[in-house]
Design a protein. Structure first.
Lengths: 294, 304
């Protein structure tokens, strides 16, 4: 007992309990991910013998191969997700940043405009009328529809506006005395100074489109367009990649649905996994920007 | 004279209006555009006649909500799940934030926080896929339980276990993220308070109880009120992706019910819209109420 105390010098009970609990949470979160990755690299035979192993018993890339070979679905889904993410983020951010900039300044009718915007945060037409509108405009089964329906978040505009209001007024006034109009101020003063806020929301927008599945599910019903999350839903629910009509080779090798499912999971979350640790700073900033002052 | 000034002011701000133009085009077409559709709630939708042409039926769609057993059950389910989330999920962010503040060592803390916040950025589609694999009857957990001779448990297909599973998995995904806001609040507490307490011989637990918790009281209150404001949204994404035929009765919250009515059965758009509107109005009232309470509490409004 005494020995432990000496080794851990100033660690008291609370510190030990916090550390142990947090390590426990960390492990609890990591294990299902690890398990999924291991299964995706495993053969069906090894899985049936040891479903829960720390490392693949029989390492194989067949599940990934099969996913790429059989499902042109994956490439189509990557294409759809990339298109909606890139265009959606560029268009949505352009609209949002411009609006947030305008609302951070004074002009006649500002209050009215702001209220017209705010109202949509609390009240909407609901699922059916919205769906019917997109149908009538011919936006079902188009990426444009998927992009437009989640183009702008009023909440994010308000947070950005609040951030923009923190831009030193002297800089803006100095630019105005130099004869700069509002657009020049936006480009020369606001954009360079507020890069961190804009970067944060750009990142949020990208993650949002990457994770988008609800409206794509309602809209992209013809099968000629898809996004990653929907593809994954299809694989996991057994509607994609589960037909045994593959090559005789693959049939001989014994298909491993669980392995293919987890390979799909991995392919869908890989980009976020790669980006997240490096951009964590920006990710966490988002919530604090919106935090109500305490 | 004054009129001329206004015109001048407007002309001066012309570029600002230009900045607002794209947003308002989008708002008017895609947000205000569908709003007239709420009149569907007072109509019996007829595809041939369209929304405007369909027959008015007064409040009968709303009355139906309260006489349809499955709709009543959905309302009860929604409230039960939301309230349980307040009990089982809401405190978790506070707990994690306090644990993280008390944990010694900068590097380890950073790693833990990175892992804990990561799942927030995955969709429920991904998380549900991973958890369904992990909790499946032939999955890792059940292999473990089996080897411990406890016996297999069908986590996902068990009505009694489904809701606890919702709270546990939501915590799994979100506890690190919800801790961030409290950590920021804790970081804002005056360090001299802790020093003084230490001089007075207060133990760590006493410091948490008498300094940390009171120090983040306002943040806790605000977050709680916000959570109460969203009481009619019981977590569509999560439930939709974990749902299955065996648990659908206990999983059917209002949002799921509306979805099923709209896209799974013969659509009765009038009734569906009425249910959606019922949910939205209660949410709106709750949120505005929450805003008022926060205002009383802090003197700041979230929405003006």
């Amino acid at each position: 007992m005494r020995k432990i105390k000496i080794r851990r010098k100033r660690w008291d009970g609370v510190q030990i309990v916090s550390t142990v609990l947090l390590l426990f949470f960390t492990v609890i979160i990591l294990i299902p991910f690890w398990n999924a990755v291991v299964i995706s690299l495993e053969t069906a035979r090894a899985y049936s013998l040891h479903p829960f192993s720390f490392l693949p018993m029989e390492f194989t890339l067949d599940n990934y191969k099969e996913m790429f070979e059989k499902g042109d679905g994956l490439l189509l889904a990557y294409q759809g997700t990339l298109i909606t993410t890139i265009f959606g983020t560029v268009a949505g951010m352009t609209i949002s940043v411009l609006a947030a900039f305008a609302f951070s300044r004074q002009f006649p009718g500002k209050k009215l405009f702001f209220r017209v915007m705010l109202f949509t945060m609390f009240f909407g037409g609901g699922l059916v009328p919205t769906y019917l509108l997109y149908r009538n405009l011919g936006l079902l089964n188009t990426y444009a529809g998927v992009i437009i329906v989640s183009l702008v978040s009023v909440y994010n505009i308000i947070i950005m506006k609040n951030g923009f209001e923190g831009t030193p007024m002297e800089l803006q006034e100095a630019a105005m005395i130099d004869g700069a109009n509002d657009l020049v101020i936006f480009g020369r003063v606001m954009l360079p100074l507020q890069k961190p806020i804009i970067a944060t929301f750009t990142l949020f927008s990208m993650v949002g489109y990457w994770n988008n599945w609800y409206w794509p599910m309602l809209m992209l019903t013809k099968g000629n367009k898809n996004v990653l999350q929907l593809f994954l839903r299809g694989v996991v629910n057994g509607t994609i990649l589960n037909n045994t009509s593959g090559t005789s080779m693959a049939a001989e090798q014994q298909q491993f649905p669980q392995g293919i499912k987890m390979a799909s999971v991995f392919m869908v979350m890989l980009p976020i996994m790669l980006v997240y640790p490096f951009l964590q700073k920006y990710f966490t900033k988002g919530i604090l920007l919106g935090a109500v002052k305490a | 004279m004054k009129k001329k000034n206004l015109t001048q002011e407007i002309w001066k701000a012309r570029y600002l209006y230009l900045c607002l133009l794209p947003l308002f085009v989008w708002l008017i077409i895609f947000q205000y555009g569908p709003m007239y559709g709420v009149i569907l709630a007072f109509k019996k939708y007829n595809a041939r006649l369209g929304i405007l042409g369909s027959e008015w039926v007064g409040l009968s769609n709303f009355k139906r909500i309260f006489i349809t057993p499955i709709a009543k059950q959905a309302i009860i389910n929604t409230l039960q799940i939301s309230v349980s989330r307040l009990i089982w999920e809401f405190p978790m962010g506070i707990v994690v934030a306090i644990l993280l503040t008390e944990m010694p060592g900068k590097k380890g803390k950073k790693v833990v926080q990175t892992v804990l916040t990561f799942p927030h950025f995955l969709s429920w589609v991904v998380v549900a896929s991973i958890l369904r694999n992990f909790l499946a009857t032939d999955g890792a957990i059940n292999v473990l339980l089996d080897s411990l001779r406890i016996g297999k448990v069908n986590f996902l297909g068990n009505e009694a276990l489904f809701r606890p599973l919702l709270y546990a998995t939501a915590n799994w995904k979100e506890m690190g993220w919800s801790a961030i806001i409290y950590m920021a609040a804790i970081a804002g507490i005056d360090p001299s308070l802790y020093e003084a307490a230490e001089c007075d011989g207060a133990s760590r637990l006493q410091r948490i109880w008498h300094i940390t918790l009171p120090g983040i009281r306002t943040t806790i209150a605000i977050m709680f009120i916000l959570a109460v404001g969203g009481i009619m949204s019981a977590g569509f994404d999560q439930i939709f992706n974990l749902n299955n035929a065996m648990v659908e009765n206990t999983a059917r919250i209002l949002d799921i019910y509306v979805y099923d009515l709209t896209f799974r059965s013969v659509p009765d758009y009038g009734f569906t819209t009425a249910v959606g509107m019922f949910t939205a109005v209660i949410n709106l009232v709750m949120l505005l109420g929450a805003n008022q309470v926060v205002y009383r509490l802090t003197g700041e409004k979230m929405f003006r």
